[in-house]
Design a protein around this ligand. Sequence first.
Ligand code: SAH
Length: 253
Amino acid sequence: MLDSVRIILVGTSHPGNIGGVARAMKNMGLKDLWLVAPRAQFPHPEAVFRSSGATDILDGVQVAATLEEALEDRTLVAGTSARSRHLPWPLLNPRQLAGRLHAELEQPEHRIALVFGREDRGLSNEELHLCHLHVHIPTNPEFSSLNLAAAVQVLSYELRMSANEQTAEKEQTAHLPFGTEWDAPLADSRSLERFFEHLETTLVDIDFHDPNNPKQLMSRLRRLYLRARPDTTEVNILRGILTSTQKVAGTQK
Ligand code: SAH
């Protein structure tokens, strides 16, 4: 089940941290590592050194230019943050996350991403708003920021523990995101992002949204739709409504 978990590091500066992450992942049985716009040189001997032999993980690393690209096929995205942000978002600790993910990971079509930020300034608000939920490792509030590889270690350890514990006492419906068989697969990030673009354009078309005075509108709508976990049929319906709205407004291209 841990095979469907992707670890994504955004804008990492130190090659040693990439090696440390690879080691932590291999210790806990994770394999899929992506780098988004790394600021560190990669491949790098320091990464190999700090990986302590987890070179298979380093060899398999995928590099993407943007976070959106690394998330395209994911059905659940969790972003990590060392501090609280302006607009509250669904927030879990690593143990709660592991409990929640374990259930979903039983299903092969669920593909999860855990996103980690830059050593100096974490993830941007825009990047955090690509995520369904946020994870914070409870820490000393006066010294809340862990080393990147240590943060990956804590989350992947919790995933492994939860996998070990729950295999024994598996509920029959635990793997189903809504507690019952669903009639359509969950939408992935690619189709959700297309929907958000379409929504924003339509709201501009009908003069509801002024991109020069956004006042968190798109962030709040993102939070609403991501909380609902729309499936592919629902996204198609929403897109259809937007297209009809544009037709009536006479703005459809
Ligand atoms: N100064 C940065 C901290 C970055 S630490 C900031 O203020 O955001 C680098 C990364 O490690 C973070 O982006 C996050 O992915 C992870 N991390 C560090 N401490 C964490 C914590 N307490 N909870 C969750 N993630 C944490």
